[in-house]
Design a protein around this ligand. Structure first.
Ligand code: SF4
Ligand code: SF4
Length: 55
């Protein structure tokens, strides 16, 4: 289980500082490493375009 980032991501950067396990990496669309994600949901709560959801 891990959260995933959809193509709706605008690369705003808001989520990355919220992740306690450094599972999020930057890019044109941000990505979550499923092996590092601990399913806390913190990133999904702050995404302004609701691009992050549980897999
Ligand atoms: Fe990081 Fe939590 Fe989001 Fe997983 S759900 S990527 S651990 S902030
Ligand atoms: Fe992309 Fe949402 Fe993260 Fe912003 S907060 S970088 S839109 S996933």
């Amino acid at each position: 289980m891990a959260y995933v980032i959809s193509n709706d991501c605008t690369a705003c950067g808001t989520c990355i500082s919220e992740c306690p396990s450094e599972a999020i990496s930057e890019g044109n669309i941000y990505k979550i490493d499923p092996d590092a994600c601990i399913d806390c949901g913190a990133c999904a709560d702050v995404c302004p375009v609701e691009a992050i959801s549980p897999a």
